[in-house]
Ligand binder design. Structure first.
Ligand SMILES: Cc1cc2nc3c(=O)[nH]c(=O)nc-3n(C[C@H](O)[C@H](O)[C@H](O)COP(=O)(O)OP(=O)(O)OC[C@H]3O[C@@H](n4cnc5c(N)ncnc54)[C@H](O)[C@@H]3O)c2cc1C
Ligand code: SF4
Ligand code: SF4
Length: 466
């Protein structure tokens, strides 16, 4: 069987994120999405590439190692798709405005402030679109969650809340061409990029996909993440169902949410995430591709939504969104929502927006150059990236190295143990080393900051007495 380009150049090189658009772009039944041994969705080659193969699979892939110049990075693609955005910032790309707030109606039943659900319902009500492709609960399948189509408010409401679980657009994306009408699609940055790449290749998709809702993302988790959390609640991996990743505590802070799942008797077992430990800054159960992603704020979406991890918003247990508008339609939805009192939203400065995603920017922009260098030293290629400078201190290099090790080790250890207690024992040493290095880095930063302030005061004092 002759080898498919996307398998050879992306999947086999460990950079697939599972968006599934290569499967749709191929159209020749050459590829099929399957769960990998480490719980990630990836395409598998099931047939030989046909004589008519034009390599479309690679041209829609967000991790294509050699894209054409006009789609080289998010910056070039934004020039085609975000003509309404007049402002530009190196960290967040093209934009119209930045906000923080929530939907008065949908906040309680959402992950954050419910602005994603509000925006999608508004698009349907205004008849801007006919269908929404979002991630929904699929009780009939062992997958728990899948991308599915909604055309009514009721159907759409089943798709509220974010699921830290692998999902793919393969299959459902074909409906864009099959059905009459306009579409909105919800996705994390790399999925939104693959949709834009598909729109660039195919004018029908450019016309039919009217709006993209971007979900700010700190990394996709393997199915092992949900299994591990189920095991932490005391439910066996083979018996858990309906994982809920963001159960809010109204009386506490936004970050004090719980994971919950049903056991075999349909009883919900829950655990506070703060009892589990840091699941995001450590790299646990994360995809390798995420370590080579530099789009923190979904630069190619019409609207980008995340959590407001800054004061005063983070003290509100019901959750608050940070919002970036990048098209006039998105801006109008927010403005009209404020005017009609459906949205409680205020403007947020760009600096405060960036502060709300500080961890994401530190890891994905500042740390990327080091990881790229390391990967190239191993003889592996990296798609073009905009943050290639490696300026990390020795200590930060160790921290990034440790995160990479923990990511890899967590997948191997869970595959063998499938039991939270045993897993915690085997991961403890590495996680402790990372914790100590991180503490040391915080001390070093504080010390150098106070050193810089001391030097500044001394300079001022010297000036006065000169
Ligand atoms: C994998 C992942 C990582 C994230 N990391 C961060 C982060 O680092 N920082 C941050 O600020 N925010 C992060 N978020 C986003 C955050 O959890 C909220 O989703 C976001 O603030 C929108 O909240 P909302 O209340 O407006 O959404 P809701 O109104 O609850 O709607 C959520 C929407 O997201 C869709 N959705 C659910 N799961 C997925 C999925 N896996 N992929 C694509 N779409 C999905 C739903 O179908 C729904 O349309 C992450 C989300 C995901 C899925
Ligand atoms: S990232 Fe998407 S397009 Fe690229 S190989 Fe994986 S599934 Fe295919
Ligand atoms: S971190 Fe980047 S590559 Fe990973 S899932 Fe999120 S958007 Fe995709």
């Amino acid at each position: 069987m002759n080898s498919c380009k996307v398998i050879e150049q992306v999947v086999d090189k460990g950079l697939c994120i599972g968006c599934g658009l290569c499967v749709s772009a191929c159209g020749d039944n050459t590829l099929k999405m399957e769960l990998s041994e480490y719980g990630f969705l990836e395409p598998r080659q099931v047939n030989s590439c046909g004589p008519s193969c034009k390599g479309n699979c690679l041209s829609v892939c967000p991790f294509n190692p050699e894209p054409n110049n006009d789609v080289r990075t998010e910056t070039e693609l934004a020039k085609t798709f975000l003509k309404d955005s007049k402002k530009h910032n190196d960290s967040i790309g093209k934009y119209i405005n930045t906000y923080a707030g929530f939907s008065n109606e949908h906040r309680a039943n959402s992950s954050s402030g419910g602005v994603a659900t509000y925006t999608l319902i508004e698009l349907l009500t205004r008849k801007e679109i006919d269908y929404v492709i979002s991630v929904k609960d699929v009780t009939a399948s062992s997958a728990h969650y899948e991308y599915a189509i909604s055309s009514t408010r009721e159907e759409l409401l089943q798709g509220a809340k974010t699921r830290y679980y692998p999902v793919t657009l393969a299959g459902v994306f074909d409906k864009v061409k099959e059905l009459d009408g306009k579409f909105a699609i919800v996705g994390v940055p790399c999925f939104i990029k693959s949709v834009r790449l598909a729109q660039k290749v195919d004018p029908i998709l450019k016309d039919k996909i009217k709006f993209l809702v971007g979900i700010i993302c700190g990394g996709v988790k393997s199915t092992f993440f949900a299994e591990y959390l189920a095991s932490k609640t005391g439910v066996s991996v083979s018996e858990y169902s309906k994982p809920e990743f963001r159960i809010k505590d109204e009386s506490s802070s936004a970050s004090d949410y719980s994971f919950g799942c049903l056991d075999k008797n349909n009883h919900q077992n829950t655990i506070k995430m703060k009892m589990v430990g840091d699941m995001w800054g450590t790299g646990l159960f994360k995809s390798n591709a995420c370590d080579f992603c530099d789009d923190v704020s979904v630069e190619l979406a019409d609207i980008s939504l995340g959590d407001a991890w800054i004061d005063p918003y983070r003290s509100e247990g019901l959750g608050t969104n940070v919002i970036v508008t990048r098209s006039l339609l998105a801006e109008d939805i927010i403005q009209k929502g404020i005017e009609s009192n459906k949205l409680t939203i205020e403007e947020l400065s760009l600096t405060r927006f960036i502060d709300s995603q500080r961890g994401g920017f530190n890891h994905r922009h500042n740390g990327l150059g080091f990881r790229i260098k390391k990967r190239r030293n191993e003889g592996l290629s990296v798609p073009p990236k905009r943050f290639e400078r490696d300026e990390l201190t020795f200590l930060l290099k160790l921290i990034h190295l440790m995160r990479m090790r923990i990511r890899q080790k967590s997948l191997k250890v869970w595959k063998e143990t499938k039991n939270a207690e045993q897993f915690d024992r085997e991961m403890q040493f590495s996680l402790n080393v990372l914790k100590k290095l991180t503490k040391l880095n915080q001390y070093q930063k504080r010390y150098s900051e106070s050193g810089a302030i001391r030097a500044l005061i001394m300079r001022k004092v010297n000036k006065v007495f000169k």
